[in-house]
Unconditional design. Structure first.
Ligand code: PEP
Length: 249
């Protein structure tokens, strides 16, 4: 009943030329009908991506957004309203790189989630523990805390209007992937916590896995009952690999 989502996070990669080449290659892939597809390019390339991907099922996302929808004196920021105006349908919020390198707190991430929803974007709320937190047995505590601010404000129904991405920090860009069982354990924990609040809505929430997803591990991950697709970093910069991951969902 939940449609899988396969999303690509291009991070700070690409030039106009390399993006053009990647878009051409993406446009010629064979995309599965039953899977939602999205890429999050650097903001500079959102227009180019929207134009070139119009004839494909791939939608475009921002990698982050401002905490407010209204225009203002916020040099360097991009509002969710501007992302929507540029044709985006999704925006990532709370990616671990934003949390770790740019000091985004749960409160800030919640404001971004709220602003995105208010603009008609689907926020992808990224959560996940570091290696030290996992080693200390704190995975559940950390992930529950990261979800809580959004749940307090919007409930499970609001969360279901977006997407949850479970991305263990130790698996992002490291080549270390959570095993399907490790990932499923956390996805099931998330869904069980949501179900305690609202069982019906909890069944609708798309929970995707991120952390070194590749063509050769995607099928086993996506076969897990609570893993509804993937958020793919490095491998999404290769159209053939991203296509193979999408077809595994
Ligand atoms: C990410 O950036 O969200 C990510 C999961 O990266 P990678 O697939 O490269 O680990």
């Amino acid at each position: 009943m939940r449609r899988p989502l396969v999303a690509g996070n291009w991070k700070m990669h690409g030039s106009r030329q390399s993006v053009e080449t990647l878009l051409e290659q993406l446009a010629s892939q064979d995309w599965p009908d039953q899977v939602e597809l999205m890429v999050a390019p650097p903001a500079l390339f959102i227009g180019q991506c929207n134009e070139r991907l119009q004839s494909t099922p791939i939608r475009v996302a921002g990698q982050t957004c401002a905490t407010q929808a209204e225009p203002g004196a916020l040099t360097g920021e991009i509002s969710p309203a501007q992302l929507r105006d540029a044709g985006c349908e999704f925006v990532l919020v709370g990616h671990s790189e934003r949390r770790a390198l740019f000091g985004e707190t749960d409160e800030v991430v919640c404001k971004k989630f709220a602003a995105a929803l208010a603009c008609g974007l689907r926020p992808v709320l990224c959560v996940g523990e570091t290696q030290a937190e996992r080693d200390a047995g704190q995975t559940t505590t950390v992930v529950a805390r990261q979800l809580q601010a959004v749940l307090d404000t919007f409930g499970v129904g609001g969360l279901a209007m977006g997407v949850v991405a479970y991305e263990p920090v130790w698996a992002i860009g490291t080549g270390l992937t959570a095993t399907p069982e490790q990932a499923q354990e956390v996805h099931a924990m998330i869904r069980a916590r949501l179900a305690m609040l609202d069982d019906e809505q909890a069944r609708k929430v798309q929970i995707v896995y991120g952390g070194s997803v590749k063509a050769d591990n995607a099928e086993a991950l996506f076969a897990m009952p609570d893993i509804d697709g993937g958020l793919v970093g490095g491998a999404s910069l290769n159209a053939d690999e991203f296509g193979a991951i999408a077809r595994a969902a």
